[in-house]
Design a protein around this ligand. Structure first.
Ligand code: GLC
Length: 429
């Protein structure tokens, strides 16, 4: 990044105000007569992403908390858990008000139902950030009443995760569709999907990548989202390094919240220790010096370098010498992630790397979520230069290109949806 860009970046003093306006602009609230419920959430981008998404909602809560907008933070988090099922489950998308689905994926990502009016929540999950969001809010405003209300729900959600998604009992959670990672078309999944060679196709519908992903969701749908049947089919079962690192951070947030509230933190601490141990045994590749995504059954490591190879560094139980090795090897000058505007969403040496706009997301451009998550990880690890570089990159991108869904890692051009909220995570950095 040049000096001029850097100067503009540090001059972004009006960021909180611009973010507040954006979040208010994208807010949707009302009463759903179909469901008999009130809702209030922020659409990630009004045109492209009008629904309520799980991890997006948590990011918005964190942003509102840091902006001092506590009531909006509370309403957003409450709305996310409004549709929680009795067993604790919350789907990754909630379609408040929609009587009919929009895309074919909206059907296959929901549980089959004979009701004329379709179910309004997807049957997929997204990376668990809810406890981290509640903790950020509690730290900002100290509201114990709200803490009590939401803690119970998030606890039930965590019980569901541990009970339902730790398929083989090693502590790591499995995802059953690429969309569950929140990084929809991440190139690591290509090999699981049978999309070889691993290139980014020019068009959506004509590519095997697209149809193979649709087939995974369709197959899950035909299993009625019954997890034991899905496991038996073995179509797409992945232990994702990013997903599990976020999970471990959420378990740590649960430990903290449990202590505040007077609940027992031990179950969460035990689960977190197990996740960290399995990360070292199952995900860490000593030759590659990277935490890789793993295909199940058979625990096959997928040798594709994406930023999630660094995500487990956010888990303090991962040994420091491992963290140092991973960072030194892959973040060196001239290394696979060395671009003017880091971090690219896949190694620039990967055949899938595509820095421009495409509907196949997460195959090259820089996404603010990655910078936000790794900024904290590197800070906590005592790697402030790496952390500050990610923050400066994101600040520069917002100064140059505004609030966009993702950015060209070489030119810094803003790409994808406009008035997209995620770069607002800067207020938490
Ligand atoms: C895209 C992203 C996903 C996000 C959603 C809404 O599908 O890949 O992570 O939740 O958009 O912003």
């Amino acid at each position: 990044m040049g000096d001029a860009e850097r100067a503009r970046a540090t001059a972004l003093g009006d960021l909180p105000e611009r973010l507040r306006q954006l979040l208010v602009h994208n807010t949707k609230e009302g009463y759903s007569w179909l469901l008999n419920r009130h809702y209030c959430y922020v659409a990630p981008a009004l045109g492209t992403y009008p629904y309520q998404w799980f991890w997006d909602a948590c990011f918005h809560v964190i942003m509102f908390a840091r902006l001092g907008e506590y009531e909006l933070a509370r309403r957003n988090l409450r709305s996310l858990f409004e549709m929680q099922e009795d067993n604790g489950f919350v789907g990754h998308m909630i379609y408040w008000k929609r009587a009919l689905p929009h895309y074919i994926a909206d059907i296959t990502q929901s549980r089959p139902s004979l009701r004329a009016v379709r179910p309004h929540m997807s049957a997929l999950i997204q990376p668990p950030v809810a406890a981290q969001a509640l903790l950020a809010l509690f730290e900002s405003c100290g509201d114990r009443v709200f803490l009590g209300e939401l803690y119970a729900k998030i606890r039930r959600y965590h019980e569901w995760l541990a009970r339902s998604r730790d398929f083989d009992g090693d502590g790591l959670l499995s995802i059953i569709s690429p969309f569950e990672s929140g990084m929809d078309w991440k190139p690591s999944y290509d090999v699981v999907l049978g999309h070889e060679p691993r290139i980014t196709p020019p068009r959506m519908n004509s590519s095997s990548l697209y149809w193979n992903v649709m087939a995974v969701d369709a197959s899950n749908f035909l299993c009625g989202y019954d997890l034991s049947r899905i496991r038996r089919r073995q179509r797409f079962i992945v232990k994702d390094a990013g997903f599990n690192a976020i999970y471990a951070r959420d378990l740590q947030a649960m430990e903290t919240l449990a202590r505040v509230i007077g609940d027992d933190p031990e179950p969460f601490a035990r689960r977190r220790a197990k996740v960290a141990q399995a990360m070292m045994e199952v995900l860490y590749d000593r030759d590659a010096e990277a935490f890789l995504d793993v295909q199940e059954p058979g625990s096959r490591k997928i040798p594709v370098l994406t930023p999630t190879i660094f995500f487990p560094l956010a888990v303090d139980l991962i040994p420091q010498e491992v963290a140092v090795a991973v960072a030194a090897r892959h973040l060196r000058p001239g290394g696979p992630f060395d671009v003017p505007w880091p971090l690219p969403s896949v190694s620039v040496h990967d055949p899938a790397f595509h820095r421009g706009e495409t509907l196949f997301l997460w195959r090259g451009p820089t996404w603010s979520l990655v910078n936000w998550f790794l900024y904290k990880a590197f800070k906590a690890r005592g790697m402030p230069l790496l952390a500050d570089n990610l923050r400066a990159s994101l600040l520069g991108l917002v100064a140059r290109s505004g609030f966009r869904e993702y950015y060209d890692p070489v030119s810094g051009e803003g790409l994808g949806a406009r008035k997209f909220t995620w770069s607002g995570l800067l207020v938490d950095m």
